[in-house]
Design a protein around this ligand. Structure first.
Ligand code: PLP
Length: 391
């Protein structure tokens, strides 16, 4: 009998990967699958980024880099941060990590332990809660509600802070809802946080430039009063269609920088060098592929929302960011996970049940519209047929 630490008995999962595995198995068995489950752009990484990685390999960049990342990559991130937020950040505050998730891991294990409380969005990215539980800390869900546009409510968030709260996790634009928290609400939250100076903030900004209809991501970096306790998670995965490259960055306050540097040395040493050169090309190179991808997401978003609202018993608010729709299915009479599973098995449409994103996810499905317009229309037609025949 092996005795692993109890944290591993509490660790959860991201069900999108299980759905992907099931969809792949069904597809291998000959079933026609349309995958609206996994949250990754269906575009290739732009060619000039791929070329930069190939060149780096040919140029002999085969060794370790500094644990916090190449200075040139961190400088590129600083330039990009200045462009998107107007805020100047020193490369000495930036860390390059193997994806966005490692920042989540680092921040949560830095603050989580038995007796501590960590606030996280519900519905929200499932790994927040999983990692909080792994550390033994108490996960405290912050509701993000449909009637509030799936935005954070400053008042409700602040009301959940206790003297045991160590970390508050925010995410806007959000997975799974596509919600974007408006600047006014963030300002109110920041004001209230002044009364809680011992609470650190992890802002998951992985979808920061993925907004629609003139909506804007309000960066917490624009509030200097938070800088000494703010960790910003970001990365290349979504914006430049680079999920498989495992490239992320984060911005850390001075007082935590050496801690994250040491964790990097202990856990992953560094991110592979060619990817870091690719990351520079992504930031400094032409952005037309990103713009074309966003235009495609925007078109699909409209198709998805219109199609979902036409389904019996389904309503869907228009998502303001990311590439997910989060339809309310409470009028169908189905439990969300049962419906998600039935849709996959019966119609070949892969999507995720809302409860995989939290307690408040019951009554919802998550569809990723990172798929072709044609496939999205086909999926909606299959869902329509299924819901009408099962009513
Ligand atoms: N944060 C959110 C909100 C996400 O949706 C995801 C990926 O789905 C991540 C972080 C992780 O990104 P990465 O693939 O770069 O680890």
């Amino acid at each position: 009998m092996l005795h692993t630490i109890s944290g591993f008995d509490r660790i959860g999962e991201e069900n999108a990967f299980a759905v992907l595995a099931r969809a792949t198995a069904l597809s291998a068995a000959g079933k026609d699958i349309i995958n609206l489950g996994i949250g990754q752009p269906d575009f290739r990484t732009p060619d000039h980024i791929v070329e930069a990685a190939i060149k780096a390999l040919r140029d002999g960049h085969h060794g370790y880099t500094p644990a916090t990342g190449l200075l040139a990559t961190r400088e590129a991130v600083a330039r990009r941060t200045l462009t998107t937020t107007g805020v100047e950040i020193s490369p000495e505050s930036i860390v390059i990590l193997p994806g966005g998730k490692p920042t989540m891991y680092a921040a949560i294990v830095m603050f989580g332990e038995a007796g501590a409380e960590i606030l996280y969005p519900d519905p929200g990215f499932p790994i927040y809660r999983s990692m909080i539980e792994y550390t033994g800390a108490t996960p405290v869900p912050v509701p993000v509600r449909e009637e509030n546009g799936f935005a954070f409510s400053a008042d409700e968030t602040l009301s959940l802070i206790t003297d045991r709260t160590r970390l508050l996790i925010l995410n806007s634009p959000a997975n799974p809802t596509g919600g974007v928290t408006p600047r006014a609400e963030i300002e109110k939250l920041v004001k209230g946080l002044a009364d809680h100076p011992d609470v650190a903030i992890l802002s998951d900004d992985i979808y920061d430039v993925m907004t629609y209809d003139g909506e804007e991501h309000c960066s917490l970096l624009t509030f200097p009063e938070l800088r000494d306790r703010l960790i910003v998670l970001n990365g290349w995965s979504k914006t430049w269609a680079m999920t498989g490259w495992r490239m992320g960055w984060s911005i850390w306050p001075d007082q935590l920088y050496d801690k994250i540097r040491k964790l990097a040395v202990n856990c992953w040493s560094c991110v592979n060098a060619p990817s870091q050169f690719a990351g520079i090309a992504a930031i400094d190179g032409p952005q037309d592929d990103v713009e074309a991808m966003m235009a495609a997401f925007d078109r699909r978003r409209r198709v998805v929302v219109e199609g979902l609202n036409a389904l019996p018993g389904v309503t869907c608010a228009t998502p303001k960011g990311a590439f997910y729709a989060f339809p309310n299915i409470s009028g169908t009479g189905w439990k969300a996970k049962k419906l998600a599973s039935a849709l996959l098995e019966e119609t070949g449409v892969a999507l995720i049940g809302g409860p995989d994103f939290g307690i408040l996810g019951e009554g919802y499905l998550r569809l990723s519209y990172a798929n072709s317009e044609e496939n999205i229309r086909q999926a909606l037609a299959r869902m329509d047929g299924f819901l009408r025949s099962s009513a």
